[in-house]
Ligand binder design. Structure first.
Ligand code: HEM
Length: 518
């Protein structure tokens, strides 16, 4: 996919920037994999396991024949149903909510969290391919999550409606139940009060000896009848709630014996089943290509127009250690507004900071360059210099596009005492803009779910002075919830039906305060 693809760039960021500079903050929640991010460690709960369970509960009420349900975050509206009991649902959606924005749906967060959990809680890393583009439901969906009490025929019917046959259902369940526990708190009919101890106040009993590792242990312990013997849903005294045992025995353990052939057979089957699970979405929801870690990634690239009318071009180039080293140098070259190249149109990006990820080390390079506004800029290329060799990254040929006609100025946003925003933009005067507007996308609370809805509104800009070759514009935006997740797409309609855009900009940059002057 050509840059910029905001969905892919955002999800790639959450997946790859997991530590150090520009850490997106997702992986830390499950590091180490025993961690519980939503409360006391003494509860015996595990965030990584919760994330996988949430995805299962969202997915399994899909009706693939009619093309409804699946991973669509409808689970947020369904947390009061007995079939979704336990703390996993609201813990997870509550943790994901601050990550949601105009291009990151809650449904994509649910899918991404499975990839993150399985990838983080395995060594070597088990990679589940991630696609993006899921759309959030606006209301609850069908019932139909199998419960410990559910009889085997109903359970298999529920999986079948979601597109999973008997051996898929057995496989997916044993794959899920390699992580985490069944808790007395939530499932007292399965786990007795005696499991509750001062260090395990939620009364969790593991499915296998390694509840924080995505591995074949659960299966081996069950088949060899040792350790946790498959866990509480196999071994509980309450026969009615031995749902895993009923499921595993429904084909006389044939599926499980097949999976137990080797650890790699187990892992590859789990990858395939979990991939199908997270890619089960309502019909007509097209998913993106598989999101690969980008070796070379432009990050936070933006233009600004300063008070003297200078155009400032800035951003980061992130290199990944899978293809580059810390000593590789980065140079940016660009073409003018009309597409002309010049040896003068270049700048260095200096190595600033690094981070780590399951995909390698990230090397961030920063640049901030003043551009001659009479020449402007329309596209840039990234040159990586190693010794005498130069690798040019040109976004598939034409360069990375950047629009210098319409420029949003997030550093100049002013927040009034009542939360009203005054936002600013600069549009090249020569373009003779007729109409400057912005769509503001604010993740906002909605009734019935902890997951935010993206509320969109349109702001109309008015002329407000000039800066060099640019005309300044300003608009008023009513108070938004979640200011730091709110983004704006600026559009200037100009002479000759040209349309200029500055898309997916944060309305404020962190650190912006109401005292900043315009
Ligand atoms: C017949 C099907 C299933 C039933 C009846 C079932 C039931 C349960 C129950 C009762 C718990 C305990 C939750 C708690 O105490 O918080 C649990 C935990 C879990 N389940 Fe399932 N499950 C099924 C299938 C699956 C599948 C297909 C997956 C994922 C692919 C999955 C993933 C998990 C995970 C990761 C946990 C641990 C959660 C934690 O530690 O907080 N389950 N399951």
């Amino acid at each position: 996919a050509k840059w910029p693809n905001h969905v892919i760039n955002e999800l790639e960021h959450l997946l790859v920037d997991t530590d150090g500079f520009n850490d997106a903050g997702l992986q830390k929640a499950i590091t180490p994999c025993t961690n519980y991010v939503s409360g006391s460690q003494l509860l015996g709960r595990e965030t990584a396991a919760q994330w996988v369970r949430v995805a299962f509960h969202d997915f399994v009420t899909a009706d693939v024949e009619s093309g409804t349900g699946g991973i669509d975050a409808s689970i947020g509206f369904e947390t009061l149903r007995p079939e979704n009991s336990g703390s996993a649902m609201n813990d997870s959606l509550g943790f994901f909510a601050p990550f949601v924005n105009a291009h990151v749906s809650m449904a994509d967060m649910i899918a991404l969290s499975v990839v993150m959990s399985v990838g983080t809680c395995s060594a070597p890393t088990i990679p589940i391919p991630l696609r993006g583009g899921r759309v959030d439901a606006t209301q609850e969906g069908l019932f139909g999550v199998p419960e410990p009490e559910t009889d085997i025929d109903t359970t298999l019917d529920q999986f079948s409606q979601a597109g999973f046959n008997q051996s898929d259902a057995i496989g997916l369940t044993v794959c899920g139940h390699t992580l985490g526990s069944v808790h007395h708190g939530g499932f007292p009919q399965v786990v007795p009060q005696s499991a509750v101890t001062p260090n395990n106040t939620g009364g969790g009993i593991h499915f296998d000896a390694t509840p924080d590792v995505f591995d074949v242990d659960v299966l081996n312990e069950y088949l060899e009848w040792k350790g946790q013997r498959g866990g509480p849903l196999v071994t509980t005294d309450n026969i009615t709630v031995r749902s895993d045992l009923r499921l595993y025995l429904s084909d006389n353990n044939a599926t499980l014996h097949g999976l137990a052939e080797s650890s790699s057979k187990f892992i590859s089957t789990c990858v395939s089943l979990l991939t199908r699970m997270i890619n089960t979405t309502p019909a007509l929801v097209p998913l993106t290509d598989i999101i690969e870690p980008q070796d070379i990634k432009p990050v936070n690239i933006s233009l600004s127009v300063d008070t003297t009318g200078r155009v400032l071009f800035s951003g980061y180039i992130r290199l990944l250690s899978t293809a580059f080293t810390s000593t590789d140098q980065v140079r940016i070259t660009w073409t003018s507004r009309t597409g002309v190249s010049s040896s003068a149109f270049k700048t260095h990006a200096n190595a600033v900071q690094t981070g780590n990820s399951i995909f390698g080390t990230t090397f961030y390079h920063f640049f901030n360059k003043s551009i001659d506004p009479t020449q402007g800029i329309s596209a840039f290329k990234i040159n990586i210099l190693r010794g005498k060799s130069v690798e040019v990254s040109s976004n598939g040929g034409g360069g990375y596009p950047i629009d210098d006609v319409a420029v949003f100025l997030p550093h100049e946003t002013i927040i009034g005492a009542d939360g009203t925003l005054s936002v600013h933009a600069a549009v090249l005067t020569a373009a003779e803009a007729q109409n400057v507007t912005a769509v503001v996308s604010a993740p906002s609370p909605q009734l019935g779910t902890i997951s935010p809805a993206i509320v969109k509104s349109v702001a109309s800009f008015k002329k407000n002075g000039t800066r060099g070759l640019y005309t300044l514009y300003t608009a008023t935006v009513p108070p938004v919830s979640n200011l730091h997740q709110t983004t704006l797409d600026l559009t200037a309609n100009a002479r000759g039906s040209y349309v200029y855009r500055d898309d997916f900009r944060r309305v404020v940059v962190s650190g912006t305060s109401s005292t900043e002057n315009t």
